[in-house]
Design a protein. Sequence first.
Length: 507
Amino acid sequence: MRKHPREGHRVVIIGSGFGGLFAAKHLRGADVDVTLIAESPTHLFQPLLYQVATGILSEGQIAPATRSILRRQRNATVLQGLVTDIDVAARGVTSRFHDKQTRTPYDFLILAAGAGQSYFGRDDFATYAPGMKTLDDALELRSRIFGAFELAELEEDPAARARLLTFVVVGAGPTGVEMAGQIRELASTTLAGNFRNIDPGTARVLLVDGAAQVLPAFGDKLGAITRRELTKLGVEVRLGVMVTDLDATGVELTSKDGTVERIESLCKVWAAGVAGNPLGAHVAEQTGAEVERSGRVKVGPDLTLPGHPEVFVIGDLMAVEGVPGVAQGAIQSAQYAAARITEEVAAPRADAPLALDVPAADVPAADAPAAAVAPDVPPARPPFVYRDKGSMATISKYQAVVSVGRIRLWGFPAWVAWLVLHLLYITGFKQQITTLLRWFITFIGSGRAERATTNQQMVGRLAMSRLGSRTSGRLMRGEPIDVSRGETDPPGPAVAGEDPVGSGPRG
């Protein structure tokens, strides 16, 4: 039985990524009741998604259940659901899981909804080039990658076979570099001798980007080293080119001098650009906060919104100069927000009631308070200070680059550092041990245990996009849905967090 939260001590966290989970864990000893609301039931270790996509790790190893992680934290409650509305004035969050709608009041809100993939205004590209932000993305890409080799085995036309064996990765940041390197290793070693009609080693892997170097954030030296190692591995690196068109069978690249080249390719991966979750713009509109073109919200020095010191925006959704959209930014901002809340609920406060305008409909009785208590927020908070702990990326087996302050590492020492750090940040002892064992098997040999794919993984995202939002409940009940008659989206309020071309079924 869920206990009734105390007024003035209710903290709602939206998102179960690094920001959301670390905020919840750092509120363990605080005199608050924490409700974590997330669309996914798991905490995703996003930096290792590419290893799920290429068959090294299973999804469970990088996505333990959030409920399991917080099971011993008595002041934390986990709710699964897509957040459809945040009422900043009334201090309430509305979420939906299939057809079940829930409203959760708060005294403090930590918005850690993260970011999705950005296609720079060409959302139609998402149909043909999945991003790398969710488990659904990784499993779809796994099906697309292994499926391309299977189709090539059946294909007799040389031109069609070459198209099937050409893989294009768009974006030369860490995700793109890691993905291109792993696809190349997969083709050259893991799949060697597995087919009778094709040689997987002849597959082309291209890494394309409009920048002048790979890994721009790592500096010229590490960028040059990374490009050299990718080239030795067999990856074709194309820099200074923009993707100007993309369809089911290929990619159009345009160079700075206007030269246009078309690359025939069935399997494309989009690893360029991020877009803040639409919930950021939703709360910004209500508070007058500015939103960057990327969808990230400009916050104050204390990571809150104008006139609303009870609303923190953290992680990839916040726009703070000098803070990159990486795990450390999310973790440190989460710790900061949790520390401020802990201090302020412990301090003496004025119990001034603040009326909440909460509609009676769809509100569980246990969650419907008559009033909330406005926290007595100190006039000044120390500003958030980000401490850069460096960046790292793998290139291939035993090859990586690391940039920490003035320290630059590459090759095997950097790969070992990458291995140790990522292992430490995986949540859960069981996940750490199984990941270590799977890495040992993969890196010592050439096999990959996670090669299972299904057609459902490959087409599920596109099918749900075609059906539209608010369909999962109807599908579960067996109700017919006629797409041709426009029955995919029944009447209802607009969903603030809905993304029609997003990274996975929204239900």
